[in-house]
Design a protein around this ligand. Structure first.
Ligand code: ADP
Ligand code: MG
Length: 696
């Protein structure tokens, strides 16, 4: 018997229970069972008195006698009832299964430990299918005071897979594999982190002898869990780096230099310079770059992207930049075209709303190598878009693009282009260390000089008149205002109605000809969107009422007020993203979060966080803490939510330690060929399946 053995062969299981274990608990092999860790433990030595029973607790231990057993038949069903009694009171016990066997095995006048969840039934206390053991088994209770509590389901419980049933299987298994649970972690790591040997850890995590050993056992298994996750991610990455060829961009040439000397409208920030250097090192290395560029809204990522594209051009390659919306693609196109004017660089735009003839022309020029930089939306990854020599792909606002879409771009080219993914959604450090363990990461952690921090205020409907007054003041100073409504689901009629009502009331409060109000939402035709956007951008309209379509990237430096309606309905990262639309010029900017009066405590805390800080990383951490990792984009697929023991937030130091150790090991021994790495090699052989057409 080894750990890969089908669970049905374990003594006490058999085909029927095996099916149940698989279906209900996802346990198919002995190894699966071994890794079904208790989610908590009950200390046998802490016995409750009936008079003090807390029905909120999901498992308690009672000590007393059992009497008055009765089998009750009701049609087809049989149940057994009995009365448990201690010095302070009684609890009704009831069984629906195994009635005869239980009836025979329980003896009157014997002291038992009776364990389980107590519920109230009318005004009596009841315990169904309790775990029972003679209180006289003191030796066992003393050597293993903790009862493991396993997650199980109603169906499994009814077929004997209750706490005790699972624990019994676990005991059998641990007995059978004794001496056969090899160490997996390299010896030096085990020593340095004082980790318990694997076999002892597995024994103690299921049947701990005392608190201290339990803590050591959990620590060890947690470390192993995080270590293996890092190993999977980083091994994948090292394979990619060692096996995938990249174009070598070793020239800094005319495009880069002329832009830098003649066109750059400002001094680069220190962070921008550092990141450009990091990218340059990648591009020279001969390996394909796969870099994530994180930077708060307004930190100047687009400029970094432009420099990177110029490097591609200087090395006889084309570059493209993909944006998640047409508005944003348009904006990048206009900015980059303006900034590179007179340098002889052919910049073009390709989006879905171009006429067929225009598209054809662009595609022909692209294939002929007549276009240097192509900017666009999803239209860029259509099958008939063929580059002559694509050297670099920049993807803006990564979280809107699926991995599959990126893969498509990559698959088109024999030599994979370098990839730069930019995101303004800061990812908490712990997540970045895991989620992006296979991507290189750069961070722009500095805003261009002269920016004033945005002031964020919380207001409710009662203050609406004051809000309008404030908007008028700002407009009188020549500034512009966004008013954003949630439209979480574009098809949600009531959301759209809120937006239209809001638009009407703003129009009434800010009438023509003195004021102009634009409106923007996802269901408008593209030319109507452009029209409204242009009127706002040109300053002709002072107010823009919109849904979150403006969330990503829109750049109107003259806008200084961002009003967010029903702010409690947005996630923190989204609020932060929206807020980043103002504060882009030199003027003091404001973000006003409108909410209803009575907020839940979580909503209140979120709004307070927004008012307290402008730091995207702190906000991302708070978001993670308040909503949990389940809501973070891209995390669902990452496997991180399947962690059994570790918690990526609480265990940050361990996440970091395992990341560093795995990194060191793979640097020293990329093939995992050393004897001490044998188990690691075995592990990756089982878990890492590279899909070569995947980018990240
Ligand atoms: P991001 O995409 O990171 O949100 P952008 O690239 O749109 O930010 O830059 C925001 C604004 O800051 C733009 O108007 C840009 O021209 C300007 N900017 C970028 N880098 C600098 C810099 N080093 N100094 C001054 N302004 C800058
Ligand atoms: Mg941007």
């Amino acid at each position: 018997m080894d750990l890969t053995t089908d669970i049905s062969y374990l003594k006490g299981v058999g085909p029927q229970r095996a099916q149940l274990l698989g279906r209900e608990l996802g346990i198919f092999t002995c190894n699966d069972l071994l890794n079904h860790f208790p989610f908590r433990y009950v200390d046998r030595s802490v016995v409750s008195r009936v008079a003090e029973i807390d029905t909120d607790k999901d498992y308690i231990v009672l000590r007393g006698t059992i009497s008055n057993m009765q089998t009750v038949t009701n049609g087809h069903t049989v149940r057994l009832t009995a009365q448990f009694r201690d010095m302070s009171g009684t609890v009704d016990l009831v069984w629906f299964q195994g009635v005869n066997w239980i009836r025979e095995s329980l003896k009157p006048d014997t002291l038992y430990l009776v364990m389980g969840k107590v519920t109230t039934y009318g005004n009596t206390l009841q315990m169904a299918h309790p775990d029972i053991e003679p209180a006289s088994q003191q030796d066992k209770a003393l050597s293993h005071p903790f009862i493991p509590i396993y997650s199980t389901t109603e169906k499994a419980r009814n077929k004997g897979l209750n706490q005790k049933g699972i624990a019994r299987l676990m005991e059998t298994l641990l007995e059978q594999v004794k001496g056969q649970l090899p160490e997996t972690l390299p010896a030096d790591i085990r020593e340095r982190y004082h980790l318990m040997p694997r076999e002892a850890a597995l024994n103690n995590i299921h049947f701990p002898r005392n608190n201290e050993l339990l803590a050591k056992a959990r620590e060890r298994m947690k470390f192993e869990e995080l270590f293996n996750m890092q190993l999977d991610y980083q091994y994948t990455r090292s394979l990619r780096l060692n096996q995938s060829q990249g174009r070598v961009f070793d020239t800094i040439g005319e495009h880069f230099n002329r832009f830098y000397n003649e066109k750059l409208p400002f001094e680069l920030t220190g962070a921008q310079k550092r990141v450009i250097k990091e990218i340059r090192t990648d591009l020279k290395s001969g390996r394909q770059m796969n870099r994530l560029l994180q930077g708060d809204v307004g930190s100047g990522k687009t400029m970094v992207a432009l420099f990177t594209m110029l490097m591609a051009l200087d090395n006889q390659c084309q570059a493209c930049m993909m944006a998640p919306t047409e508005i944003l693609a348009n904006q990048h196109y206009n900015t980059i075209r303006r900034q590179t004017e007179g340098l002889g660089i052919a910049v073009e735009l390709l989006t879905g709303s171009l006429k067929a003839a225009q598209k054809r022309k662009i595609k022909a020029r692209l294939a002929a190598g007549e276009i240097d930089i192509l900017i666009g939306t999803h239209a860029l990854i259509e099958d008939d878009v063929v580059f002559q020599q694509l050297g670099l792909v920049v993807i803006d606002e990564q979280h809107r693009f699926g991995v599959k879409q990126r893969a498509k771009l990559w698959a088109k080219n024999t030599i994979p282009p370098h990839v730069l993914v930019m995101t303004a959604t800061p990812i908490p450090r712990t997540l970045a260390m895991t989620l992006y363990a296979d991507l290189e990461c750069s961070v722009i952690d500095e805003l261009p000089p002269g920016r004033r921090p945005i002031q964020t205020l919380h207001a409710t409907d009662a203050q609406r008149l004051r809000l309008f007054g404030f908007m008028r003041e700002q407009i009188a100073k020549g500034r512009q205002v966004y008013v954003v409504y949630p439209l979480i689901n574009e098809s949600e009629k009531s959301d759209l109605k809120d937006l239209m009502d809001g638009y009407e009331s703003i129009r009434r409060a800010f009438p023509l000809p003195q004021y102009g109000v634009s409106i923007l939402h996802g269901q408008m035709p593209p030319d109507a969107k452009d029209y409204e956007m242009e009127h706002f951008k040109s300053g002709e309209n002072q107010i823009m009422v919109s849904t979150t379509v403006i969330e990503v990237g829109v750049d109107v430096p003259n806008a200084t007020v961002m009003v967010i309606e029903n702010a409690e309905r947005f996630g923190l990262s989204q609020l932060h993203q929206l807020r980043g639309r103002v504060g882009r010029g030199g003027e003091q900017s404001y973000c006003i979060l409108m909410t209803k009066d009575n907020l839940s405590s979580t909503s209140r805390e979120r709004i307070q966080t927004m008012c307290a800080t402008n730091d995207g990383f702190r906000i991302a951490e708070a978001d993670l803490r308040l909503r949990g990792p389940g809501d973070i984009q891209g995390l669902q697929q990452s496997g991180m939510l399947e962690l059994k023991l570790a918690d990526i937030i609480e265990d940050e130091p361990m996440v970091k330690a395992t990341r560093d150790e795995v990194r060191r090991i793979l640097e020293e021994d990329p093939q995992l060929a050393q004897p001490d790495h044998y188990m690691l090699r075995k592990h990756v052989a089982q878990t890492v399946h590279i899909e070569w057409n995947k980018i990240s």
